[in-house]
Design a protein around this ligand. Sequence first.
Ligand SMILES: Nc1ncnc2c1ncn2[C@@H]1O[C@H](COP(=O)(O)OP(=O)(O)OP(=O)(O)O)[C@@H](O)[C@H]1O
Ligand SMILES: [Mg+2]
Length: 579
Amino acid sequence: MEKKGDALVVVAIDFGTTYSGYAYSFRAEYEKDHTKVYSNSDWRSGDGLATTKTPTVILFSEDKQFCKFGYEAEQKYNTLLEEEEADGWRYFRRVDKITKNLMIEDEQGKPMSALIVFAESIRYLKDQFLQNTQVQGLKFDPNNDIHWVLTVPAIWTDRAKQFMREAAKQAGIPDDMLTLAYEPEAAALYCKELTVQKKEGAESSSLSSFEPGQQFLVLDCGGGTVDVTAYQVQNDGDLRELQRPTGGPWGGTYVDNQYTTFLKELFGADVWSEYSKENPEDVLEIQRRFEAKKKSVNASADDQTTISFPSSLFAKYQIAKNCSSFEECLKKSEFAKTIKVKKDKLRFDHQLVKAFFRVPIDSIVTHVKEIINESKKKGRDIKTILMVGGFSDSSILSQRIISEFKRITVICPTEAVNAIVKGAVIFGHNPNLISERISPLTYGISVNTTFNNKVHPAKLKVVYDGKEMCTDIFQPIVQIGHPIRVGKEIFKHTCLPTRALDTEATIEIYESSSECPMYTIDKGVRRLGDLTVSIPNTSKGKNRPIKVEVSFGYTEIVVCAFEEGTETQTTATFDCLLN
Ligand SMILES: Nc1ncnc2c1ncn2[C@@H]1O[C@H](COP(=O)(O)OP(=O)(O)OP(=O)(O)O)[C@@H](O)[C@H]1O
Ligand SMILES: [Mg+2]
């Protein structure tokens, strides 16, 4: 922690499934004002609008060399497609579908190492920070001056987090300068700091949301998923996780998909499919124009939404349907009343556009209601909802949440899209702000016990030092759902060497999503890694207690083992990638 604490600047990278970005703040400035966090505003979407995030898409050339990331990758790949030169190029649009053997499929279904795809994406974001600050005349030594924070979804397994660390390392981020931050916690910190800072101006209701005892939900509405997590503010102002995150696929891209489905209906599935194959650049343009319009869709306005389309689409339609014009055909269709044609533009009725949002928003509302009802049954009292993530910037969504949950204070910070990455910067400056979380899994070690043929399966019987023993017993250290005081609590277990003459003891660490597995060979139990302790002095035979201590860092598990009465400790590093 020391070295990170001395860094001049904290840079947080939010590598999201649909959009990615970074934010940073200087230690000296943070000490005066926690919310002085800068985000990048240099990315330009197709229409030239500056955005603080860029799409999570990455393009590699035929020889698997990194080529472009974000908007530029999108543009380049679609141009290649249009020119029929895309063969062999590797284009990744969704980075959440990693297969078991750690491969990820590109748009054409060809696999590539997920580690390379992740590492190159992180490297791009890291280099963007370094280059942009260099332009401002600031030069940092990435190995010593910068404390890097990577945000990760709170539902990620330890294995996935380990994978992220590995990717960061490959991207040139030293392990001792990296912290992983959970997205909802980062978001909660940001909202809290923002509210505390605006003390004078803030409404008393939102200020009291962060007083000790208060319970709130973080509603993270991203591109792919919507995740809800419950927290409670503790007496020292720290946050305690009350409930693990839950959610569903109701993010902003659901709306985009509804729009595409609708275009297929409007122009005909066959026309649309052929057009998409022949004109990928134009289709990208259609998507980008909708992305821009989507941001201004409002719940109450009756305004029509006007979107311009490439003339190639109308031309395609005319030829394929053998008609005089798209406009003439439209007049005879079911959309005659809801869509008007104006040159290259289509004017959509407000109700039609609102309908694209219906399913995801209804699903979010239903889910939040369920969580609040469940909380009530457990005697909890959720008084606040913090809305973060890009989709929360949609007023049609935030207004609906406000109107559905009238008794609850809904806090939607301006630029909800950056709440997570900015909160991660604050977390990097002071990780102690989050103190308690719920164990996401059961963690344990493998132990032996005297064999009992009434209880133990014969296949686990072994003979050690002439005694029948049962191996592979899962000895839980921390159980799923158990609250853990981060960095403060140590879970202990004592075991004995397997044989009297052993000079080494191997502690095998396992995880499972069941509360108390019997054996480490049970279905669903996964080996995290090993820890080998040296026990050279065999004079006491088996009577050499080995202490195993497990503690939880902010985002990782640390296992330490040593023989009682000796000084030499061994600390585990899990290399989950080898499993
Ligand atoms: N002002 C806005 N109005 C409506 N939607 C918006 C707005 N700004 C961003 N979005 C949408 O938010 C989504 C991106 O949100 P965010 O950047 O939080 O996603 P992410 O972190 O990549 O996703 P995930 O959390 O699922 O990994 C996109 O679907 C985008 O269209
Ligand atoms: Mg996100």
